[in-house]
Design a binder for this molecule. Structure first.
Ligand SMILES: [Zn+2]
Ligand SMILES: [Zn+2]
Length: 444
């Protein structure tokens, strides 16, 4: 009886004891609590005023004003068109790390019914479109602004330097322009100050508040290609007097699907080839001279990428040749490499997030065939990129990123802030975690 009572008392105490093991020092905790309502307000403001890639002037001004108010050592604007880079030096010298948020929105007309819904319209590649933060970059900016505030307030505790990268044009620059992470690096972002690690996060339609982590190739390379099939124009009733590029384009379209399914080991080597656009011809009774196919190749390792590129070329050229036509394969500029999470940086970062949030809120993440230009940063220095679920509680069928119905359950964002702080503090202020945090790890 007595024993039972002790057991019961322990059971009541256990969760409380566990709760103390996660989180940060009281000073950081109160800074998080204080900044959190403004994180939400910033996110709503940015959401209501979305801007396309290389046009993020209002967002950049908001960010720069904030970093200057926090008395950052350096605030550079106009980096790679509209990017903002802030440098925060701690109380003592130490390692340099970089935290990154992307700022651009998409040409999508918002269908989410919230009071801060975007009504913005603009012209994109000659078409009038709505503009929406359909990929959640509004949340990324707000989270990094909040992290900047918490870290700037505790700068005396920081041993090292933090580079805050507010990046334009992650979704790709407008036609004919350069942009994004690649241009920031080309302009010398890491030339004078090379971080020992770079961190970034992305929101998505997964369990709200949960962090998804992984190492290795986590996001695919993205290579856009074009194939021009040239035949010979003729009357549609006399096809034998010409060379029909339409039937050849149809064969190529089909044969491209045989590359991932019949030619490459589907178990070890995920490869996707998709045709997104076929264009050519003007009317029903003319077989045209040429047809254009546009598509994308996605892979998760560099050997597969090279191999699949060669196979796409060979497939198109030889199928065309078989009918007496030609196929010219070209690869668009502005492609993204594979986003590889460094093994050491990922393990260490995931550990830090577990200490901050508790191991029960951190799950393994699966690689996806989407692309992400954080890959350029992670190619330069060890990178760790993780995902934050933003579904409302109980929702499992939420619309994905890029949907006009993409929705962020705002209370989930605090865990994004906590995770971002965790990976940073682990490097530059390891004592900023809750006192008993270390003890909690071995039990998980
Ligand atoms: Zn996106
Ligand atoms: Zn995105």
């Amino acid at each position: 009886m007595r024993r039972l009572m002790i057991a019961a008392a322990f059971a009541v105490l256990a969760p409380a004891a566990f709760a103390q093991e996660r989180g940060f020092s009281p000073a950081i905790e109160s800074a998080i609590e204080e900044v959190n309502p403004r994180l939400i307000a910033w996110r709503r403001d940015i959401h209501q005023n979305p801007e396309l890639g290389n046009r993020e002037t209002r967002t950049a001004a908001l960010v720069a004003r904030h970093l200057r108010a926090l008395r950052f050592d350096e605030v550079r604007t106009g980096v790679a068109h509209t990017g903002v880079v802030g440098i925060l030096r701690g109380g003592q010298p130490g390692p340099v790390i970089a935290l990154r948020a992307d700022m651009d929105a998409l040409p999508v007309t918002e269908e989410v019914d919230v009071p801060f819904r975007s009504q913005v319209r603009t012209t994109y590649n000659g078409e009038e479109v709505g503009v929406m933060h359909a990929c959640g970059h509004d949340a990324h900016v707000a989270i990094l602004m909040a992290a900047a505030e918490v870290l700037a307030r505790r700068r005396e505790e920081i041993v090292g330097t933090i580079m805050f990268i507010f990046q334009p044009a992650e979704e790709g620059a407008p036609q004919g322009e350069e942009g994004g992470a690649e241009l920031m690096l080309k302009e010398g972002l890491f030339r004078d100050m090379r971080p020992e690690a770079v961190f970034g996060l992305h929101v998505g339609n997964q369990e709200g508040g949960r962090i998804y982590v992984g190492a290795g190739g986590m996001m695919a390379s993205s290579d856009a290609w074009r194939i021009v099939v040239r035949g010979r124009q003729t009357h549609a009733s006399r096809p034998h007097e010409g060379i029909d590029p339409i039937t050849i384009a149809a064969q190529i379209t089909q044969a491209l699907q045989l590359i991932p399914s019949r030619q490459i080991n589907a178990v070890d080597t995920p490869v996707i080839v998709s045709v997104g656009r076929i264009r050519g011809g003007v009317r029903s009774n003319i077989i045209p001279d040429s047809i254009e196919l546009w598509g994308t190749l996605r892979t998760l390792n560099n050997d597969a990428r090279e191999d699949a590129m060669a196979r796409i070329r060979r497939t198109a050229e030889e199928i065309a040749q078989a009918s007496g036509a030609t196929a010219e394969v070209s690869w668009d500029p502005g492609n993204y490499p594979i986003m590889v999470n460094d093994a050491g940086a990922s393990e260490r970062g995931a550990d830090a997030i577990r200490r901050a949030l508790g191991a029960d809120l951190v799950s393994p993440g699966r690689p996806v065939m989407g692309a992400e230009d954080f890959a350029f940063f992670a190619n330069e220095t060890p990178g760790f990129y993780f995902r934050l679920g933003v579904n409302a509680p109980g929702v499992t069928d939420a619309a994905s990123n890029h949907s006009p119905r993409f929705y962020i359950h705002e209370p989930a964002l605090e865990n994004g802030l906590r995770a971002m702080l965790a990976v940073a503090l682990d490097r530059v202020a390891p004592n900023a975690f809750a006192a008993t945090a270390g003890a909690g790890q071995s039990g998980e």
